[in-house]
Design a protein around this ligand. Sequence first.
Ligand code: AGP
Length: 606
Amino acid sequence: MCGIVGYVGERAALPLLMEGLRRVEYRGYDSAGVAVAHEGRLAVHKRKGKVRELDAALPAAGLPGTTGIAHTRWATHGEPSDANAHPHTDAQGRIAVVHNGIIENAAELRARLAADGVAFRSETDTEVLAHLIAARPENSLLDAVRAALRQVKGAYGLAVIDAARPEAIVAARNGGPVVIGVGDEEMFVASDASALMGHAKTVAHLDDGEIAEVRADGFSVLTLEGTETAKATQALEGEAAGFDKGDYAHFMRKEIAEQPDAVRRTLMGRLDARFSTAHLGGIELAAREMLDIRRVKILGCGSAGYAGVLGAHLIETLARIPAHAEPASEFRYRNPVIEQDTLYVAVSQSGETFDTLAAIQEVKRKGGRVLGVVNTVGSTIARECGRGVYLHAGPEVAVVSTKTWTCTAVAFALLALQLGRVRDLSAAQGARLLAGLSALPDQIAGIVAREAELAPLTARLVRSEHAYFIGRAAGYAVAMEGALKLKEVSYLHAEAYAASELKHGPLALIAPETPTVVVLPDDELLAKNLSTIAEVRTRQGPVLAITHPGVKVDGVEAAFAVPRSEPELAPILMNVPLQLLAYQVAQGLGRDIDQPRNLAKSVTVE
Ligand code: AGP
């Protein structure tokens, strides 16, 4: 989704803004732009396409000025074009605005401004804001933006500069994340703290309905109604190195390789050998409260949702609590019943997914309690939940989730273990799982090191137009994630089915040119899965398998075996070769792996 970067200080703004734009590129976008204030004027440059195209269009000497804002746009209102790219300015070119979100009453405001003689130069809702602010009579930019925003309905995270008053950036939030970064005699604004890594030392997050005046020497925050708000700052966590591909061709591949360390961090300090349990302090549930949980409902979107499907399976298996995962994007539309003895768990790597946030708010509005399973520290979802589990996976830059899926699954294994151990899971079972969890990082490293063995599976998929992924029980969660990964990065049509459902319809699709990838652990369902494979083979469907060493399957075209583990943890390992497979197929097809077409890293609009 769109990204915002702003700088005010003593250094030249342009290089810092461009660096920030490169950091938010991963969010997905289709155009980029920058505005810098200097000697009472704004220099504005915008381009459809990538940040490198904007870079190439900038004057070779750069732009003078120490205050500026910049943006990457993911089109909602108006096609991707130079004109629709942000920043948008007023008629005099004095006010520049960058905006994430959607102004719902833009058409009405536009008509009113047009009737007053304003000529619009773009199709965007954002341009309306620039004209509204410019028309305000207030003396300070802060008051002008505040007054303009009181006429606006909709969601926004935005930053505004005024060439006539370049000493401040005004930023505001209502639904779209805004972070203020504090440096030495310089300040930053961003939609995403990752843009500030290496520059800001501490950050403050705006809440909905707040507006900030950000100057080189500090910032102040008000509500839109004008009440001053005290804002605590927190240390900016994370390493700038996470945003560097190093020797890897793509962030996706780098992040797959980072999984052993990421999992170690998810586990760190959370394995309690003394009581053969896990300890997730952040969930803030006393043993008594855990015992009172009658149901667990997991809410997340896309990959986060599929990790939740596996999480539900783990919780039901280990803690014997009925557990179910549901797409957060659908949840609020069916007027869900919220129960006091249900534990709701929201999953999001970015912590900014609008649909997941809306689901959390629906639960809270009806009196339910929600835990977050989140990667991004201080993100909106983490703050909205107030308690939960941080993954500590490190920044994930590729649009597709890999290491955060794995770490989410590990976090659910920890939660299931902790809930299980206050119930019927024995100490011996707990100790067995602790050993299994501790072994995961090295096992994942071993799988990644054997990437080349996937070549026969890759070769088959590269020459296919469609692929099916099947699995049973927890294996179905892996099949769904494997299919999503393949379709996201390779653009092949990939569909997941529960293996048991195949003969209830999808079997009609099986054909000699369409491979089926089978998640085939050596567990109590092996015989059932082998029968399903036989059904596929009878219809001449090629079969590729992710399995365990020693599993013999007739007619499998190619297979990859993951090391044996505790059975409950096998899905976590089986997903890793599917990540590598998607990556290899996308590479073979020459796709834009880190920023697949049409996709955004954090989906902050409905
Ligand atoms: C993952 O590869 C996808 N890009 C997507 O499904 C993602 O998982 C989903 O949009 C949820 O994102 P979140 O984890 O940031 O909430």
